[in-house]
Design a protein around this ligand. Structure first.
Ligand SMILES: *Cc1c(COP(=O)(O)O)cnc(C)c1O
Length: 368
């Protein structure tokens, strides 16, 4: 008898599943630990939670939970257009920004067409490409970051899409504004560029790309943003894409009509109005990043300077250190699946969480 999995196309069977950070509840169960004592620095979540204004809006939205959400996310669309000087027809909303990456792939990639992305880049680019049977072209990284020249050279008439993460996860590397602009100018107008800016809010103001203004110049640009990181709404699943109306229209055609729930829409609107919370999150991240990297230097550990809310640190026996951290109730992220077997990625947490991680790490290194 044939296994039913063999009925799936070869390109689906070839997909290596996404490996998420270990949930606190899993580790608590496996090790018999008290969940409240576990420190999770594994999924680049906001250690401050979400804006109090978002909680209020969510509570209020629950009153209407029996109703379908607004499939056009009118209020949120309006708020984003206002904040970033965009036009309503330029926006696409997603169940997380992962959904945006998938909508782009589903709308534009076909079996036989190709998508280009960098080695060590966010895993979802390969997943979204493979799920539609398109060819994924991985371009070797330069100093752990995107090699834009090599990525440009990898574009062929077959290439329909290029994925760029700025900053990139899990490396934290950042691309200069001028380099990105040069790249956009050099790409054929018929190749779409998906610029994933999930960590934009964590970038110092001077380093930000101001990519939304580039939409005036490049019809082939798709920018994706999320409420999962600095806005602290990862569990709610909401993100958005901005592109030319023509491109956004195609993405909206493959979108489920109610892909963004009503509670998420309400929380996102309220979050956008709370600049103070994002500023607080940015400041906490800056301080925590310094706390971690200063300790790495003191311990003689190499790390990749990061512009996100996480940092990848180099360790002998990274897999072993990961396991021993788990035993002490500290969850970080192994990145061997990103071709970085000697690194662990650590999200920046609260001061006390970072300190706990560093304390356990130092103990492990001492006993080695
Ligand atoms: C976390 C992350 C996202 C956000 O995913 P959501 O689906 O919005 O939660 C997108 N891109 C990168 C590079 C990320 O690290």
């Amino acid at each position: 008898m044939t296994r039913l999995s063999e009925l799936a196309p070869e390109y689906i069977r070839a997909i290596a599943p996404y490996q998420p950070g270990k949930p606190i509840s899993d580790l608590a169960r496996e090790m018999g630990l008290d969940p409240s004592r576990i420190v999770k620095l594994a999924s680049n979540e906001n250690p401050l939670g979400a804006s109090p204004k978002a909680y209020e809006a969510m509570q209020q939205a629950l009153e209407e939970i029996a109703r379908y959400p607004d499939g056009n996310s009118f209020a949120l669309r309006d708020a984003i257009c206002e904040k970033f000087a965009l036009k309503p027809a330029q926006l696409v909303f997603g169940n997380g920004s992962n959904d945006i990456l998938e909508l782009a792939a589903r709308a534009f990639l076909t079996p036989g067409s190709a998508a280009v992305y960098s080695q060590h880049a966010f895993a979802v680019y390969a997943l979204a490409t493979q799920a539609v049977g398109a060819i994924g072209v991985t371009v070797p990284a330069r100093d752990y970051g995107h090699d834009l020249d090599a990525m440009r050279a990898a574009i062929t008439p077959q290439t329909r899409m290029v994925f760029i993460a700025n900053p990139n996860n899990p490396t934290g590397t950042m691309l200069e504004k001028a380099a990105l602009l040069d790249f956009l100018r050099s790409v054929p107008p018929s190749t779409l560029v998906v610029l994933d800016e999930a960590y934009d809010e964590y970038m110092p103001a001077a380093a930000k790309s101001e990519s939304f203004t580039w939409l005036n110049e490049f019809d082939n640009l798709i920018i994706s943003r999320t409420f999962s990181k600095a806005y602290g709404l990862a569990g709610l699943r909401i993100g958005y894409g901005a592109a030319s109306p023509d491109v956004a229209d195609m993405m909206n055609r493959v979108r489920q009509p109610f892909n963004v729930n009503s509670v998420a829409q309400a929380a996102a609107v309220a979050s956008l109005a709370d600049d103070n919370f994002v500023e607080q999150s940015y400041a906490l991240n800056q301080a925590g990043m310094l706390q971690l990297t200063e300790a790495f230097e003191r311990l003689g550990l190499a790390y990749i300077p990061s512009f996100g809310n996480f940092v990848s640190v180099r360790l002998d026996n990274a897999a072993d250190v990961y396991r021993r951290l788990l035993e002490s109730g500290v969850i970080v992220r192994p990145v061997a699946n990103y071709e970085m077997p000697d690194y662990l990625r650590v999200s920046v947490g609260l001061f006390s969480e970072n300190a706990r991680f560093l304390e356990v790490l130092e103990q492990i290194l001492k006993n080695d």
